[in-house]
Design a protein around this ligand. Sequence first.
Ligand SMILES: [Cu+2]
Length: 117
Amino acid sequence: MLGFGLLVSTLFVLACTKTETTHTPVAVNQEAGEPKQVVFEVKGMTCGGCEQAITERLSSLDGVVSVKADRHKERTWVTYHDPTIQPAQLEKEITELGYNAHQITEPGLTPTHSEPK
Ligand SMILES: [Cu+2]
């Protein structure tokens, strides 16, 4: 009993000490990669249902963190975990739903009204 109590308190002290001393901000491997964002130009979305279809389809995929589809801007933004899923597969998924998707490299792009050129 005494030994057990001592052991528990020792562990408790050790745990406290450890929390106090290891306060160095070191990069932690939380997931298998940092979340990245990719933008697709998606043509063919005509209503809110289209946006929802794309959002639901991509959201159901492993490695996808968040999806935002905008039919007016003809864009779909996807936040994903890099090694788990690749932009090429995301593009393929959107295409399989019947839309014309192309990955574009314009980070932070938020056009107001984009007419087809
Ligand atoms: Cu629609």
